[in-house]
Design a protein around this ligand. Sequence first.
Ligand code: AG3
Length: 282
Amino acid sequence: MSARDWTETLYSGYGQSFTVDEVLFEHKTDHQHLMIFNNRQFGRVMALDGIVQTTERDEFIYHEMLTHVPLMAHGNARRVLIIGGGDGGILREVCRHPSVEHVTQVEIDQAVIDMAREYLPAHSDGAYDDPRANIVIGDGFDFVQKTDQRFDVIISDSTDPQGPGEILFSKDFYAGCQRCLNPGGILVTQNGVVFMQTDEVTNTAARLNRLYKDWHFYGAAVPTYVGGIMTFAWASDDPGLRRTDLATLQKRWQASAIRSRYYTPELHHAAFALPQYVLDQL
Ligand code: AG3
């Protein structure tokens, strides 16, 4: 098959392109257009509705930072809720934590889970078979409004706020998550590339500010989320958790015996330091 180029459609007038060395899967699911292809630089790439969601080569940065930061700051997370995250990367990292007794994952699109298990097996790395995992195919927004389960950490691994993902950035979604958090619980969410998607930070900050005692953002550069640092929103009613000191993080991380490729307690601490242009949005 001859290689063709594919360009992400996230931004108008700017975008990354990949050589599609081989299309592995392309299909319109009940919810979205799903494509998985091979690229010589990034390995297998999964795109939803024309937007890169994850690649084999750089997924560890995003998945480790969205998981280990809240779990290490919490210190004893037993029950975790994942919204979205069908590729299984977050589930894999959550299952690495010995404190975790139960994980519920609410993913709207069964096809994303099925195709990721088939074509991106290292993302979940067996976590879908972990006895602690309970997979719900459904709407994450509805789930947090209705469930009577409570969680120590909620991780929203959504698509961007356009199309079906938009509701996962609403005030009512953040309120639903707050409803489902145990005392001392933490919500983290993917919040876009701040240089390119500045409104996302401004809007999320305003919404969280009306609900949670403590909120902030932290960041990490993920090569295939182009345009600068990816931000993650942080919200909790316990302001002390975000300020967990470095020595405590180091002690907990060592005790967990988790092996990472990106996360370190030092990076965790530093990730909350934001550039002035981002602080100006808060
Ligand atoms: N979730 C976040 C995708 C964000 C991509 N958008 C962007 N570049 N702003 C991806 C799912 C990973 N498990």
